[in-house]
Design a protein around this ligand. Sequence first.
Ligand code: SAH
Length: 366
Amino acid sequence: MTGALRDRIKALIDATGPIPVSQYFAMCLADPEHGYYRTHEPFGRSGDFVTAPEISQLFGEMIGIFLVGAWHAHGSPRSPRLVELGPGRGTMMADILRVVEKLAPDLYGTASVHLVETSEQLRAVQERTLAGYAGTVRWHTAWEDVPDGFTLVVANEFFDAIPIRQFVRTKDGFRERAVGLDAGGDLCFTVGAATLEPDGWPEREDPLPEGTIIEIAPAREAIMEGLAGRLAGTGGVALVIDYGHLVPGPGDTLQALKEHVYDPPLAHPGEADLTSHVDFAALGDAAARGGAHVVGTACQGDFLLGLGLLERAGRLGSGKGLAVQDAIRQAVERLAAPGVGHMGELFKVLAVAHAPIMLTPFRPRD
Ligand code: SAH
């Protein structure tokens, strides 16, 4: 029902006072009754946004090639767990499995596939997409439920959907950014009472100007740290892809998307997708705390090109009509080119592993 979650949030704030951005974020996406991922099918032209696997099969195929390389680099262990966090429509896993079956029959033949998904609705979509792999695929609501063993994890646009906390620089230091009610009773941003723990933001010589917003993501880091702990114990690799930054810095990146257009984050709670940029340096640090090694970070464009995107696109288009070839060219550009409207530079990739190994296409770290 339109506006139902907004009314609930307003009533909650009215009764208890402003709620932290993290709580608003969590309610918008995951409220059991009205949360965005519980009630919407977000993807595609009729949805709110398009993700890389939905642009072209080439994306999932490149991830498949990376995973096959990572598996070989670890001595081709038998019975690996192939895990995806937040699989959306299941498209990327379908593209990965097709490539894995072709390039590494031993991996394909002994792997079990584990999809970690909280949305019942999207799980049903994934079941349809992956119907051909019914015996191999299992679903879990938390990654901790995936059975132990050598693990290959992938997560595309998963971490951006995990809530963040925001803090505002005031004259009395950092205060948690919150959602309250304005004089007219509408949702508005305000400043709450909670302060930032002393080690929550790196000390700087020049204090940030008043009003500056910073973001931390303890919930994301906790997932990464836990995953890294699992990898350190049983062996494996995790590959994280998302929009965000490799070098941390201040700034408000909370954003809502509705029908492919940016929407003010407080305008349509539960009816627009709500995300924020991912701090890859913080995720890498969390992985290290959990006992894993950062294999490398890269921009999505460099990562895909390094895995042979252009060669694969050429083969996919060969012998096809001009319209198909043109569509492939456009998809390659959207996935790998830099600049506005393209994903090549905005999206970043982080790979972590239980051992300090090299994996194509990452370069040795300085
Ligand atoms: N990877 C997909 C979908 C990205 S959207 C793609 O690239 O197309 C985010 C996905 O994460 C959705 O499937 C959503 O339901 C799922 N999700 C969000 N929060 C989650 C959580 N806490 N645990 C597991 N899955 C979650």
